[in-house]
Write a protein of this length. Structure first.
Length: 278
């Protein structure tokens, strides 16, 4: 077993003098860069200026990072109240996707209203790229050996025909673990493919529905993956992410139905920006 442990991948990519550069940060940054590039390309087709997207990202990224960490710290306060010096150590992991989405959403709404950009359209443009970034970012969890599932067996993992480096990395704390990071990464990547395939179909998505479909897709998958994890943030005896997943899934469906029935004249996604805020 000692040999297996020694095969775990090094979470440190390289050193810049005394500074350790973690794979976790590199992978997440790579996902963000790719997401922004794709959003700019799609935004141009929908009438959103590249400069507006870049300016929004400059505000949304810090807000997402801060809120992601605050979300995690709040639900792990029993630990951090005794270890306040650990709060800023995000390079060791411990940022919550739902927290980052809340922070980014607030910034997007405020920014779009300030620039007179349709909020729903901006969310539609961003949604497929966000879920792609989430898919990539889960590999940062993989490098840190976090966001794993319950104890399983070597035969189960080999039966999934996983590459050897994933199997060895899933040997954590003396046991093999369910690769829940991989399940969520694959689910998110499939969601990305579904969204980019369907969003350009005429008269399929009203404005806002690409984003709401993303919310439904991600929350549905996250609910089941979260049930397999052992490091879930808890509220009483309930998993916080599962509670949020149910609320978001049902809420997204409800909003789509309401807007279709009550606001039948909402523009289609492919109509792009008409410089109206909604």
């Amino acid at each position: 077993m000692t040999n297996l442990l020694s095969l775990a991948l090094n979470p440190i990519a390289f050193n810049l003098g005394p500074i350790e550069v973690h794979w976790y940060g590199i992978i997440i940054a790579s996902g963000v860069i790719l997401a922004v590039w794709l959003a700019v390309r799609e935004g141009d087709k929908r009438g959103i200026k590249a400069d507006d997207i870049y300016d929004m990202i400059l505000w949304a990224l810090p807000a997402a990072l801060i809120c992601a960490r605050l979300y995690y710290v709040i639900f792990q306060w029993s630990y951090y109240k005794d270890n306040p010096g650990e709060i800023i150590k995000i390079w060791d992991g411990g940022i919550a996707i739902y927290g980052s989405l809340i922070g980014a959403m607030i910034v997007v709404i405020l920014f779009c209203r300030h620039r007179f950009i349709p909020v729903w359209l901006m969310l539609d443009v961003a949604a497929p790229t966000v879920i792609l970034a989430q898919s990539i970012g889960r590999w940062g969890n993989f490098m840190n050996q976090e966001a794993f599932g319950q104890v399983t067996s070597l035969s189960f993992l080999t039966g999934l025909h996983l590459p050897h480096f994933i199997i060895t990395q899933m040997y954590i704390s003396g046991a093999y673990r369910q690769p829940t990071f991989l399940y969520e990464s694959l689910w998110s990547f499939l969601g990305f493919l579904v969204l980019i395939t369907l969003r350009h179909n005429s008269h399929l998505f009203k404005r806002g529905e690409v984003f709401l479909t993303y919310v439904m897709w991600y929350s549905f998958g996250r609910f089941f993956v979260e049930g397999m994890r052992t490091d879930s943030l808890m509220l009483g005896g309930l998993r916080v992410s599962q509670i949020l997943s149910i609320i978001l899934f049902v809420g997204a469906i409800g909003i789509i139905i309401y807007r279709r029935l009550r606001q039948p004249h909402n523009p289609w996604y492919l109509e792009g920006s008409k410089l109206t805020v909604n």
